[in-house]
Write a protein that binds this ligand. Structure first.
Ligand code: F0G
Length: 481
């Protein structure tokens, strides 16, 4: 929640008390230099003992509530027919309005099952934007992924409140070009991750559903970040100010034929599921569930997480939970913007994003602009962010590099984990780095995996910029921090 202070400014205030804490420490600059070198300039390969503030992701790293933890204690571990599943089913019915639910161990497992049933060679999958695992699964099943986002979706500096909208003219053109029968489905990703956590509007989702329905095309919604998308509809779309997040979520799910999610985000657990009201779809996916995940009533999830997910579903439609990271991100992005740091605007729903091409214009994409920036941020602050650029874009089928549409450093804000003082520290160190950006250079692969290379790839810093940056930092702050 944002509380207005006496001077008129907004303070994102925590609507919860902290009752359990986890200790962190800030390793000094020389230790950080050694750690990032050993990690091959890939923040995925850092150990958490070397990290002060972990903004790699908001996935599985959120603070759980007392009621979620309490629910875990009554988990029913039966292999089949466990009561935990039925409590999740009730929550899916109440919150999403769906009759059927197929749990899976996480979001990408749901994507795998959907690919298995709906994607085959020659089929086209339309979407507002891809997510890395989504694209990998659909392509591994022979599908062609076509992103039909709005023309300004990739403009990092923008005032468009709904950059996650799907372009309806491009949708119509795709139907004419490929034929509705060759379109596996259209996928709408809530709070579109890779373009900076940007939402779509209800009006857009409704129009997508109408056009898809006219041509018999299935609408699948990726609801991993649904509570944040609903919060942005509440805040930014005309006619939704007086509706509750619960009503907005229900309206969204009513416009999708199938909804799936990674439960690691909005629901604050570790798991995932596919849900629908369509008996035919449910029956087509169900036989594959025990093959890849587990029996229908746990789907590869721990039953403790199933219980916590049922509670998390109900909690995420409380506006104070839905807004908990979005309001902090707003402060984060606006503070960086005020200091001239090139950030993605409007503020999104899972992270503060920095436009690395504008931050480091002298580092070309093929020297991994965003990868260099995330390494430099770690070096000067102990803050771990994630590269979302060319390192995260695999080579094409001929082995050629593909320059990413955008080079972003993503600083995720896990729900209810960090405070305003953490955010202020991060902004301060990034502002210092921006002043010293000329010192940051590019990277070069020394170990490059064949698929999703950003997870395990290792790089080296070109021309020793790492040491020059560390020396400049020590000159200003000393060696202790
Ligand atoms: N869809 C979206 C929109 C996601 O953001 C993610 C994961 C997935 C699907 C896959 O779900 O991780 O549970 O298998 N995003 C994480 C991130 C990894 O850091 O943004 P998963």
């Amino acid at each position: 929640m944002n509380l207005k202070l006496t001077d008129g400014s907004l303070l994102p205030i925590e609507m919860h008390k902290v009752r359990i804490v986890q200790k962190t420490s800030l390793p000094p600059i020389d230790d950080r230099l050694k750690a990032i070198e050993e990690a091959g300039y890939n923040t995925f390969l850092l150990r958490t003992r070397d990290i002060f503030i972990d903004m790699l992701t908001d996935s599985g790293t959120n603070a759980m509530s007392d009621n979620q933890l309490a629910a875990m204690m009554v988990a029913d571990d039966a292999y089949a027919g466990g009561e935990s599943y039925y409590r999740l089913l009730d929550a899916v019915g109440d919150i999403f309005g769906y009759k059927y639910c197929l749990p899976a161990h996480q979001g990408r497992a749901a994507e795998h099952l959907l690919s298995k049933v709906f994607v085959e060679p020659g089929k086209v999958v339309l979407m507002n934007y891809h997510f890395t695992t989504t694209k990998a699964h659909f392509e591994l099943h022979g599908g062609k992924v076509l992103e039909i986002y709005c023309d300004d979706a990739l403009e990092t500096k923008s005032t468009n409140p709904f950059k996650g909208n799907l372009d309806l003219d491009k949708f119509q053109a795709a139907i004419e070009k490929y034929g509705a029968g060759n379109i596996a489905f259209v996928r709408m990703e809530c709070t579109t991750n890779l373009i900076g956590g940007q939402p779509f509007s209800m009006a857009n989702l409704r129009a997508v559903k109408e056009l898809a329905g006219k041509h018999g095309i299935i609408v699948i919604m990726d609801a991993s970040l649904i509570s944040e998308n609903a919060y942005f509809i509440h805040e930014r779309e005309e006619g939704y100010k007086d509706k509750s997040i619960a009503d907005i979520v229900l309206e969204m799910t009513s416009l999708a034929d199938i909804t799936y999610l990674s439960g690691r985000k909005s629901t604050c657990v570790r798991g995932g599921f596919i849900a629908t009201n369509n008996e035919k779809f449910f029956s087509a996916i169900k036989p594959w569930l025990p093959v890849y995940e587990g029996f229908l009533t746990y789907g590869g999830m721990s039953s403790k997480e199933v219980e916590a997910m049922a509670v998390g579903m109900r909690e995420m439609v409380d506006i104070n939970v839905a807004s908990s990271s979005a309001d902090l991100i707003k402060l984060f992005v606006e503070d960086m913007d005020a200091r001239g740091i090139p950030v993605v605007t409007p503020p999104g729903g899972l992270a503060g994003h920095i436009d690395a091409r504008k931050f480091l214009p002298h580092v070309p994409s093929l020297q991994y602009t965003a990868g260099a920036l995330t390494s430099a941020i770690f070096l000067v602050s102990g803050v771990r962010s994630m590269e979302r650029g060319t390192v995260s874009t695999d080579r094409d089928e001929n082995g050629n590099e593909v320059e990413a549409d955008v080079e972003l450093a993503r600083l995720a804000v896990p729900r209810r984990v960090y405070s305003v003082s953490h955010i202020k520290y991060v902004v301060d160190r990034i502002a210092w780095l921006y002043e010293h950006r000329d010192l940051v250079g590019g990277l070069e692969f020394i170990e490059e995996p064949p698929v999703l290379r950003f997870f395990f790839g290792k790089m080296k810093a070109l021309n020793g910029w790492n040491k020059k940056l560390a020396d400049a930092f020590k000159a200003d702050f000393g060696s202790e921090v």
